[in-house]
Design a protein around this ligand. Sequence first.
Ligand code: GDP
Ligand code: FO1
Length: 309
Amino acid sequence: MITVLSGGTGTPKLIQGLIKVVQEETLTIIVNTGDDINLFGLHISPDIDTILYMLSGILDEEKWWGIKNDTFNCLELLAKYGHDTWFLLGDRDFATHIYRTLLLKKYSLSETISIMSTKLGIKAKILPVTNDTVMTKIRSSKNKILAFQEFWVREKGMPEVHDVFFDGVEIATPAPGVVDSLIECEGIIIGPSNPITSIEPILGIKGIKQAILDSKKPVIAVSPIIGEAPVSGPAGKLMKGLGIEVSSFGVAQIYSELIDVLIIDKKDRELKNEIESLGLEVHVTNILMKKMEDKIQLSKEIIGLIKAF
Ligand code: GDP
Ligand code: FO1
């Protein structure tokens, strides 16, 4: 069994390769919930939904969120009623949020996601990192604090970033199965997700870092940064705002206590020695996943590293 820590874009791309290299049912995916938001009275879990949609073959892979060929009739009418519609929810996507919200009246989030993933025919185990509410917040100025979706979607990632914090993280506990999956697995993969808003809200939950350290299993991370920029999304702006170098070296600094190997891109090979001075191994390869072959090749190398440990 392999355990993967995931957000909603870079790591799901890698998982598309992993399921061609190992059996899907041997994967446990621990997913960030810090980006979750409540709109129209509905519980929306963007990172979990990307994984659900990707593994059930209905993801819009142009945007890496939402359902392919979805329509927006419901949202159009909500706009006509004068409701805010800055978060683009498609008609079929709405069904997911309605069904999840109904199930949440009776079940925890992890039970809810288990039911939904079974109904979608998914074989991997998808675990929300916690059943508690932990919200990623951006401090943009002394008096301006934004939830992640407000910062990224409503305000188009424009506000300044002075701090990022995870509201509720101090009292949150890991969802059932999360710690066990870290201790009982063969290896742990920290996928190429945003280290600040996808991986930190996972690692910040009580007991998770310790479980990774105690497990003594190989921990392999893939950098989401190539050169001096992320492949996509706000990771660069957020790292810069927190005073972290926007490079694979900066990523290595964030993960250095926890990981055995950082996988960086060929273009960054000159960073190898500097990163290794932090006490971890560096594996250099192509980490830009444009085609399925790239995803499979990277996955083969990761599984090879885990087996060789
Ligand atoms: P989010 O939840 O949508 O922010 O998704 P993630 O946190 O899972 O992924 C976002 C990160 O994926 C960004 O920092 C990107 O740089 C990274 N990413 C996207 N595509 C690729 C890729 O092909 N290769 C690598 N190495 N990183 C990628
Ligand atoms: N991202 C956008 O940039 N604009 C949107 O309107 C938007 C809507 C949306 C609806 C459902 C969903 O699951 C994700 C959605 N996303 C949208 C993506 C999301 O904001 C982020 O990319 C993730 O939360 C980062 O993980």
